[in-house]
Design a protein around this ligand. Structure first.
Ligand code: AP5
Length: 208
C-alpha cells in the first residue's frame, strides 16, 4: 500500500497514522517529524527549516522535496509507505509523481481527513507529545496517563498564532492538491470529527 494522509494542521494525520500502521505494516513517513528531528540535531537542513516552522510557514520545496524523495527510496519503503504531511504543495505532488514513475510504482490512495477550521485551534494548542515514544496526546480529548504526564512537551509551532498561519498556508497551498488527486481517482474523503476510533473506522472503510 502506497498512500498519503492529507488534511489541515491538527486534523489527526499523526494520530491516525499510528493507529493504521499495525494494519498495513508500512513505514509512517512524516516530513514534519523528519524536519523536527533535523532541527533537534542542529543539522544544516534543520537550521534552515526552523524559522519557517516556528512561524507556521512552509519549508521551501527546494529543501523538502529532496528530503522526502530520498526517504521514500529507502529499503523499508520499497513495498509501501504512509506519507503524512508530504506532499503539501502542487510542485511537491508533481515531484512525487515523477519519482514514483521513475521507480515503476504508483500510489494506491490519498486519504483526506476533513476537519473544519473551527475545531483546529483547540486541537493544536492542547496537543502534547511524549518525547520518549512520540505518542500524541491532548490535554482534554486524550490526556496522557499520570506516569507520562510529567514529561510531555508542546511543539513550538502549537501556539494559536502559528496555528492560524498554518491554516492559511493549508488553504492557500495544500488544499489545491486535493482536486489534483481527485482527478486521478485516488482521493478518499473522510470526516475527521468524532472520536479517534470512529475516524480510524471511517478510514479503514474507505480503504477497503
Ligand atoms: P507537520 O508536523 O506535518 O504538521 P501539520 O500538518 O500542521 O499537522 P500536525 O502534526 O499539526 O497535525 P496532525 O494532523 O498530525 O494532527 P495530530 O494527529 O497530531 O508539519 C509541521 C511543519 O513542518 C509545517 O508547518 C511546515 O513548516 C513544516 N513541513 C512539514 N512538512 C512539510 C512539507 N511537505 N513542505 C513544507 N513544509 C513542511 O492531532 C492534533 C491534536 O488533536 C492532538 O492533540 C490529538 O490528540 C488531537 N486529536 C486527533 N484526533 C482527534 C479527534 N478525532 N478528536 C479530538 N482530538 C483529536
Amino acid at each position: 500500500m502506497r498512500m498519503i494522509l492529507v488534511g489541515p494542521p491538527g486534523a489527526g494525520k499523526g494520530t491516525q497514522a499510528a493507529r493504521l500502521l499495525d494494519r498495513f505494516k508500512i513505514p509512517h513517513i512524516s516530513t514534519g517529524d523528519m524536519l523536527r528531528a533535523a532541527v533537534k540535531a542542529g543539522t544544516p537542513l534543520g537550521k534552515e527549516a526552523e524559522a519557517y516552522m516556528n512561524a507556521g510557514a512552509l519549508v521551501p520545496d527546494s529543501v523538502v522535496i529532496g528530503m522526502a524523495i530520498e526517504r521514500i527510496g529507502q529499503p523499508d519503503a520499497k513495498t509501501g509507505f504512509m506519507l503524512d504531511g508530504f506532499p503539501r504543495t502542487k510542485p511537491q505532488a508533481e515531484a512525487l509523481d515523477v519519482a514514483l514513475t521513475k521507480a515503476g510504482v504508483s500510489l494506491d490512495a490519498v486519504v483526506l481527513i476533513k476537519v473544519d477550521d473551527a475545531f483546529i485551534v483547540e486541537r493544536i494548542t492542547g496537543r502534547r507529545s511524549d518525547p520518549d515514544t512520540g505518542a500524541i496526546y491532548h490535554l482534554t480529548f486524550n490526556p496522557p496517563p499520570v506516569e507520562i504526564a510529567g514529561r510531555v512537551v508542546q511543539r513550538q509551532d502549537d501556539t494559536a498564532e502559528a496555528c492560524n498561519a498554518r491554516l492559511k498556508k493549508y488553504h492557500a497551498e495544500t488544499a489545491p492538491i486535493v482536486p489534483y488527486y481527485r482527478d486521478q481517482g485516488l482521493l478518499k474523503s473522510v470526516d475527521g470529527v468524532g472520536s479517534p476510533d470512529e475516524v480510524t473506522e471511517r478510514i479503514s472503510q474507505a480503504l477497503s
